[in-house]
Write a protein that binds this ligand. Sequence first.
Ligand SMILES: Nc1nc2c(c(=O)[nH]1)N[C@H]1C(S)=C(S)[C@@H](COP(=O)(O)OP(=O)(O)OC[C@H]3O[C@@H](n4cnc5c(=O)[nH]c(N)nc54)[C@H](O)[C@@H]3O)O[C@H]1N2
Ligand SMILES: Nc1nc2c(c(=O)[nH]1)N[C@H]1C(S)=C(S)[C@@H](COP(=O)(O)OP(=O)(O)OC[C@H]3O[C@@H](n4cnc5c(=O)[nH]c(N)nc54)[C@H](O)[C@@H]3O)O[C@H]1N2
Ligand SMILES: [Mo]
Length: 769
Amino acid sequence: MSPHYMAYHWGLYEVENGMTDRARLTPYRHDPDPSPIGPAALDESVDRARVRRPAVRKSWLAAQRGAQSEALPRGKDRFVEVSWEEAIDLVARELTRVTEKYGSESVFGGSYGWSSAGRFHHAQSQVHRFLNLTGGYVSHVGSYSMGAARALMQYLVAPMDQLMAEHTDWQTLAEHTELFVTFGGVPAKNAQISAGGTVNHRIPGGLRAMQEAGCRFVNVSPVRDDLETGGAFEWWAIRPNTDTALILGIAHTLLVEGRFDADFVESHCVGFRQFQRYLQGELDGEVKSAAWSESITGIREADVVALARDMASHRTMINMAWSLQRAHHGEQPYWALVALAAMLGQIGLPGGGFGVCYGAENLMGSPHRQVRGPRFSQGINRVSAFIPVARITDMLLEPGATFTYQGGEHRYPDIRLIYWAGGNPFHHHQDLNRLVRAWQKPETIIVNEPFWTPLAKMADIVLPATLPSERNDIFFAKREPAVAYMKQARAVVGEARNDYDIFAAIAERMEIAEAFSEGRDADGWVRHLYEEWQVAMTEDGLDVPDFESFIEQGLVEIPDDGKPVIMLEAFRQDPLTYPLATPSGRIEISSETIAGYGLEDCPGYPCWMPPAEWLGAPEAERWPLHMISDQPARRLHSQFDNSPHSLAGKIQGREPVCMHPDDARARGLSDGDVVKLHNARGSCLAGLVVTDGIRPGVVKLSTGAWFDPTSDDTALERHGNPNVLTLDIPTSSFAQGCSAQTCLVEISAWSEPLPDIRAHDPPDGISNR
Ligand SMILES: Nc1nc2c(c(=O)[nH]1)N[C@H]1C(S)=C(S)[C@@H](COP(=O)(O)OP(=O)(O)OC[C@H]3O[C@@H](n4cnc5c(=O)[nH]c(N)nc54)[C@H](O)[C@@H]3O)O[C@H]1N2
Ligand SMILES: Nc1nc2c(c(=O)[nH]1)N[C@H]1C(S)=C(S)[C@@H](COP(=O)(O)OP(=O)(O)OC[C@H]3O[C@@H](n4cnc5c(=O)[nH]c(N)nc54)[C@H](O)[C@@H]3O)O[C@H]1N2
Ligand SMILES: [Mo]
């Protein structure tokens, strides 16, 4: 009998004892490095935090029913469970009322978030398709992942999606790369994941093969352990948010020593002259020498000069983590990366050039053949108003205010209703205490959620959604060797419904059922998407079995064409026949288009601008530690934070925060202590890990602990969510990305009694039995 499969963004798993209470997941047998995150998703302990029945915030419901009730703010109120019938009725009536009274421009349906794997039951696609039929919704553009890079790179080289799928593959790197310089490591913890899922985890093996082939690794990062090669590497512990200055110091060295590739810059690039003038100090009176960079980055001048020479004389790949652009002026390190790689002239050669993030996902570096995936149509949105995704608090606080985005000017809409499915803004957004205030403004907030997450607790109507293990779907991800049938592995918990069925029921109540469902149920759609995909594959010359055989086999293998992938190879060989999609068709070391936008915080060439908060700022006297909030090793964002695998990483129930021994000693703190992180925006408790694997003056608190504020005025967060401390400002007025990594804090001992953690409990009023 063929195995049954279940997929998550972190892996493909085989299901044993499906549809019994002994159902369990084991890694796909051909995965060389499976992620341990997976199996815990089926642990029954996670069910304690499930939303079992539709629930409504008490004072919101009382107002609907015309009853008296003390009006408590969102997040502090009780919940009341209601029947599905009443819940659907409330949602349909409220959506109709708000759109009739204020128009669809008052409905925010951006609904950012990763939700779960599976091409059909993708919550965000479902909510978008549904809202498009009710008149449309205010959408979002960009992502928290790469707000700055996604906006920028299309002007300089190519769209990020294209570059991500075109990363030079691991085997080619092992064969050709002599020097691998990475800014922010190649964290194995992050490479567990790929959007859609991962069949073959390649990155640990890819790095080991490079090490065995004799490649030299330099990891420029405040954190040592975000690179594991199976051997020795150099660790350059840079001050956070200063990488642009280091790259400028390297570029200046190449320039003055005449070690750059003048031919490549001439034949394949535009705008070098202006960058050269900037490096030489002709634009601002400051020469960007290696010595200048040392004063900003803390990396010694002699090391910078030596690295510049080594880069020019070896086949060099330069990689950059996305975290660097998730910071104030986050456009600049990416722009500087492109300029440096252009000067080295190895772009498009095997093993040379640049990477826009080996490590962020398993996709980058996969040689596997790229095919189209099944697609669920979202229809057409008639509302043109949008926000750059990370500007949500600004939108709620300042309706009507103007903002700029990629050179255009736009206005924030006046939002009255929010519908969210498949994301967690109380995980992903910065300065959560500010978001909590802004979140009180809309009249109604509706959320579909499997769990009582902080978002669900901050909503008015909560509709219980299923998890992937409770439904059938299709797994597909880019450049992976298989497409799988995700077969329901367990019974649905409580009265949860699929997002699709939730929207179909509301659509029926609003008399748009036929347009939404096109006469299909969920399984009918899964079949339909597969059959459309089968036709597309036949067009592309790939023979895949019919739907019945697909279900029977559980998996379709995508044959590999065995060709190496080399980023920008065709452009390098013949830039006239294969021009880039940039305005000049070439790599833009300076951009006239961006210069033409006239933005002070993002001029037309890569440059160093000190971020709002960093260790060189005057504020560092009061808040002397730079806090990095990276991606968590034991989960994807906030998902399954309540699972045994995630909980096993906590200290006294709190998220761990890493600190250098010198910093701990200076504060009288010891490993295992619960400590308080604080700044002017907020405070949280976390469990201390003392390690010499972090630069002194830097601390690291990974994201994903469910937001758990006390209800008193201190709003102390009890569980270790870094976003009560982070800064909610845009990267720049060009890209408007998030600046999560730009953040100063102080850490002190916590001597009071430890408050109980309530993060994974349902809210008041919900007993969950
Ligand atoms: N400080 C700081 N903040 C950050 C970052 C950082 O580096 N530092 N990183 C940012 C980045 S890169 C990202 S991408 C974001 C991620 O932010 P999000 O994508 O919002 O985070 P998730 O925890 O993945 O949220 C997914 C939610 O969907 C729910 N869900 C899962 N399956 C389903 C389903 O089938 N139906 C429904 N209705 N819901 C479902 C889950 O329970 C979960 O609550 O965070 C950002 N925030
Ligand atoms: N396990 C797991 N994997 C994930 C995710 C997850 O939630 N869990 N999320 C996925 C998502 S949505 C995304 S967008 C990607 C994100 O991918 P990234 O943004 O690349 O990941 P981060 O872990 O935030 O940061 C990577 C490394 O950069 C370093 N770093 C931070 N600041 C600086 C700096 O100023 N300079 C230098 N040189 N280094 C710095 C940090 O120490 C960290 O180890 O990861 C994906 N992978
Ligand atoms: Mo992301």
